[in-house]
Write a protein that binds this ligand. Sequence first.
Ligand SMILES: Nc1ncnc2c1ncn2[C@@H]1O[C@H](COP(=O)(O)OP(=O)(O)OP(=O)(O)O)[C@@H](O)[C@H]1O
Length: 254
Amino acid sequence: MEKRTMIAVKDLVKQYGDFTAVKGISFEVFEGEIFGLLGPNGAGKSTTLEIIETLRQKTSGEVWVDGINLDENPEAIKKIIGVQLQSSGYYPGLNLVELIKMFAGLYNQQVDPKALLRLFNLEDKANARYKALSGGQKQRFSIATTLINKPKVIFLDEPTTGLDPQARRNLWDLIQQVRDQGTTVVITTHYMDEAEFLCDRCAIVDSGRVIAVDSPDALIDNLVASGFERKKEVKKANLEDVFIHLTGKDLREA
Ligand SMILES: Nc1ncnc2c1ncn2[C@@H]1O[C@H](COP(=O)(O)OP(=O)(O)OP(=O)(O)O)[C@@H](O)[C@H]1O
């Protein structure tokens, strides 16, 4: 079946003064997939995301989201995307239900706060304030809030950084659920195990350029076909598996 393009980025360039952070990036994100932008620190991932999110001016190149050209109608793009806020974006005095109602009001949307919290396993935190949540709960809540305007695509910038293995795996399940319900997900991460588990396709970005785009499986197969072999035989489990096996999958949060 022909895949529909949700995001198209063509020859994107971003200069900060004399420094070119993004050097002519092109890629496509298909509807209904989890697409990863992977790359070392300073590769230009956040800059690229922020340009697509309409939060940052590009120097040149073109961007379309759901067929809408960024230069022609950034306001229309804002309406169909969900962006994860940083912690500072949440009013400290409001509880989770009040925060959801506030965002729903801003977006002029009807939302059932309890149903949304249930979806993200935060039902019993309905009356808690954001700052009282654990790291994993904060991440779950911030992903929940990206869905309030019923977006076609959400952007998650390093959503699992700083979380324990249980909270990370739980968040992976939730992100897949969001995708399975029809929302396209664009994610940045430094964790290759996360990208391998979660992403349908990913772009590897280095020094402002896209150096590979494919499914994790195909990228690995290409490397193996080129004659690459790991030095050490891979064990059937890793230390994280040991940790999860010993400590269980239950979330550790009050
Ligand atoms: N406002 C700015 N002014 C000047 N340089 C900037 C600015 N924002 C980012 N940069 C530089 O642009 C480059 C790309 O930064 P960016 O944050 O997009 O990278 P990244 O791939 O998201 O990195 P990280 O993984 O560390 O978040 C870096 O060298 C960064 O120092």
